[in-house]
Design a binder for this molecule. Structure first.
Ligand SMILES: [Zn+2]
Length: 255
């Protein structure tokens, strides 16, 4: 077997999570702009005199240096220009939303596959959360846009049967998208969503974080969005990360 051994190289990344490894080391998972998601071994990270502590704190982003392996563990050397999403780090609720979004992205794509567009989306989405933009809405946008990566890819554009766009819509899980009111009889289990909820689901599917200034969603619609997205994830995606359960507990606690 020939193992490509790339030398130390700079990369742009966002730390997704880290965990203790062996006696003195740490594993740190980064989503990188250049190499996709990579798991790094950070040697000596648990030692008192470890010099790169700031580079592997939760919610760190910036440029780093390491030895990238095509397979298996890569080696982390140092942080070059390191910043933190400080508000995300300080606020337990925003923290929970950001953690959940990163666990979805981690699950949606295999490691070592280049996903520069998702690196950019995550970078912009976290920056918006960090700037005080409603983290629940940013999270909903990620959830809707990630559906395609999970193989669900609903049609949010027009009626899946007749392609009309001018009649009230509902969502059909079995038909994989919107149904206009002429075709509601095609799915007796359609979700009976109100038009406002439908409007935001369609909007979220095409939102570009670079152009996002403001979305005001009332509390009632937010909770309906939460409900329908939960339903789609539970039934169609079939995966709910642990971090989502923590987020739900926090939300229940707030009520
Ligand atoms: Zn139709």
């Amino acid at each position: 077997m020939i193992v490509a051994n790339i030398g130390a190289t700079d990369f742009t990344g966002i730390l997704m999570y880290q965990k203790a490894y062996r006696e003195h080391d740490m594993l740190a998972k980064f989503i990188t702009k250049q190499f996709g998601k990579k798991m790094f071994i950070v040697r000596g990270a648990k030692r008192q005199n470890f010099k790169n502590r700031a580079a592997v704190l939760p919610f760190t982003y910036g440029t780093f240096n390491g030895v990238i392996k095509e397979e298996g563990l890569s080696y982390f050397n140092s942080g070059n220009t390191v910043s933190h999403y400080q508000q995300i780090s300080d606020d337990i609720e925003i923290n929970a939303y950001a953690t959940y979004v990163m666990s979805l992205i981690d699950f949606a794509f295999p490691d070592s596959v280049q996903i520069p567009e998702w690196f950019e989306k995550l970078s912009l989405g976290l920056a918006l959360m960090n700037d005080g933009f409603d983290a629940s809405i940013i999270t909903n946008i990620f959830e809707i846009q990630l559906l395609e990566a999970f193989g669900v890819a609903p049609n949010w554009v027009d009626c899946v049967v007749c392609h009309r766009q001018d009649l009230p819509f509902d969502y059909s899980e079995s038909m994989g998208g919107l149904l206009c009111s002429n075709h509601w009889d095609q799915d007796e289990y359609r979700l009976h969503l109100d038009q406002r909820t439908i409007y935001y689901l369609r909007l979220f599917s095409v939102v570009d974080f670079r152009k996002l200034n403001k979305i005001d969603v009332n509390a009632d619609t937010k909770s309906k969005l939460r409900q329908v997205i939960d339903q789609i994830y539970t039934r169609s995606v079939g995966y709910v990360p642990k971090s989502k359960k923590f987020l739900d507990q926090l939300s229940n606690f707030k009520l």
